[in-house]
Design a protein around this ligand. Sequence first.
Ligand SMILES: Cc1cc2nc3c(=O)[nH]c(=O)nc-3n(C[C@H](O)[C@H](O)[C@H](O)COP(=O)(O)OP(=O)(O)OC[C@H]3O[C@@H](n4cnc5c(N)ncnc54)[C@H](O)[C@@H]3O)c2cc1C
Ligand SMILES: NC(=O)c1ccc[n+]([C@@H]2O[C@H](COP(=O)([O-])OP(=O)(O)OC[C@H]3O[C@@H](n4cnc5c(N)ncnc54)[C@H](O)[C@@H]3O)[C@@H](O)[C@H]2O)c1
Length: 446
Amino acid sequence: MVVVGLGVGGEEAAGRLAQAGLNVVGIDPRLVGGECPYWGCVPSKMMIRAANLIAETRRVDEMAGHATVQPDWAPVARRIRDEATDNWNDQVAVDRLVGKGVTFVRERATLTGPGRVRAGDREFEAGRGVVIATGTVPSIPPIEGLAGTPYWTNHEAIEADTLPASIVVLGGGAIGLELAQVFARFGVQVTVVEAAGRILALEEPESSELAQEVLEKDGITVRTGVQATGVSHGAGGFTVTLADGDTVAGEKLLVATGRRLAAEGLGLDAVGLDPKARRIEVDEHVRAGDKLWALGDVTGVGAFTHTAMYQANIAVHDLLGTTDAPTASYHAMPRVTFTDPEIGAVGLTEQQARDQGLTVRTGTSQIPSSTRGWIHKAGNEGFIKLVVDDDRGVLVGATSAGPTGGEVLGALAVAVHGGVPVKSLLQMIYAYPTFHRAIGDALRAL
Ligand SMILES: Cc1cc2nc3c(=O)[nH]c(=O)nc-3n(C[C@H](O)[C@H](O)[C@H](O)COP(=O)(O)OP(=O)(O)OC[C@H]3O[C@@H](n4cnc5c(N)ncnc54)[C@H](O)[C@@H]3O)c2cc1C
Ligand SMILES: NC(=O)c1ccc[n+]([C@@H]2O[C@H](COP(=O)([O-])OP(=O)(O)OC[C@H]3O[C@@H](n4cnc5c(N)ncnc54)[C@H](O)[C@@H]3O)[C@@H](O)[C@H]2O)c1
């Protein structure tokens, strides 16, 4: 086997295949583990943990006396450097991978034909097959003046030892919003510019509204429905011109406008794939062709670590020829935007369900009106929204926003994944007084 790209998905697949006795070559020019541990999920969630501590401390005045907090980025940067990324050194990960029996090659790989991969001056021939797990890179919009300026992507934002006084964030998706809130809580003046009509545009409109409301409470300026048309950079920082003629300025500019497959030099055409396609199509065994598998962000079914791991497991079983090998189903895809409150969702949004022609019913409950939400008080914003396919009597989607929205999502993910009848969910006992008890309220509101 040759595994091209050793991010979360590739590392998992390569390690397990080697442990199963296959002769595995794993190739990556950068850090083993990929985006998630070094520039993504892990360090960003450490930042969020720190920012949330600040926000909680500020809530003391309302409920528990008096507290002051002096935000300091230094311990956050230090923790990311020392604990999360080992100063962006992957020796531990490389040793772990090699310990499992993988031959590791630190090179950029090019597919040169079916089963053939070049890495530097070496060419590998894979008898069993090739796994493509090369992830995505930031998609930089063609805004006049942007190219060539020292804008930040998630890499510079995560590596920052000090924070700027102000920042403009282009893009109101998961990356933009999580980092915007972190920076604002550490005292940075933040402006978010989102081209679509609302932030978190892929989620329920109620999620967008809630996100905008809480970000504004954190002092963030949120501009939606307006394109950035020009960028200039000088001694004072960045000025971004918007389509409506306004300008917004920041010492730094973070571009978080989505991700794209990095097909340049990968040689997709050599294995019969379209190098211009936005994603690599895979079947339910995550096969992309003859003796060819693709997994993770490249497959475009949800750019999440849990998706890459899920698909890696499917590829491993398929490759090893396991009887009853699992097949992929994405009907209960969970995702959590780790703002405060966390905004979790699973399956379809109401609009997506309607677009599929389903007979849709929805039920919503508000966290502040639930017993636990009312007790919690400061920082209790959130809601549960259920999307039901009325013909089948099952949940096809749900949103769980709140102080522990990502955790409450677990129950909803089980319901959507397992197609648990709404009737049965209505008869379930929900512990009192928990946040997840608001699911019962939303069910009764259907
Ligand atoms: C700021 C941020 C926060 C995030 N937070 C979360 C989160 O909280 N939860 C979550 O689930 N997801 C999160 N994600 C998304 C998550 O990081 C990705 O979905 C995940 O890393 C995808 O894994 P992958 O294996 O597909 O690709 P990657 O992790 O991107 O790894 C791909 C690897 O392929 C290598 N590669 C590329 N081209 C070649 C080539 N030609 N030859 C050899 N190797 C190559 C790269 O060097 C890289 O190491 C976040 C992402 C970002 C940027
Ligand atoms: N908590 C998590 O699980 C988590 C956190 C961060 C990232 N991620 C993953 O990483 C992926 C990438 O995140 P992202 O936030 O970069 O992408 P995204 O696709 O979620 O959001 C990008 C946003 O930028 C907007 N946009 C595009 N072009 C623009 C322009 N020219 N001007 C202004 N706005 C523009 C889009 O309308 C969109 O709302 C996500 O799809 C997500 O799967 C996940």
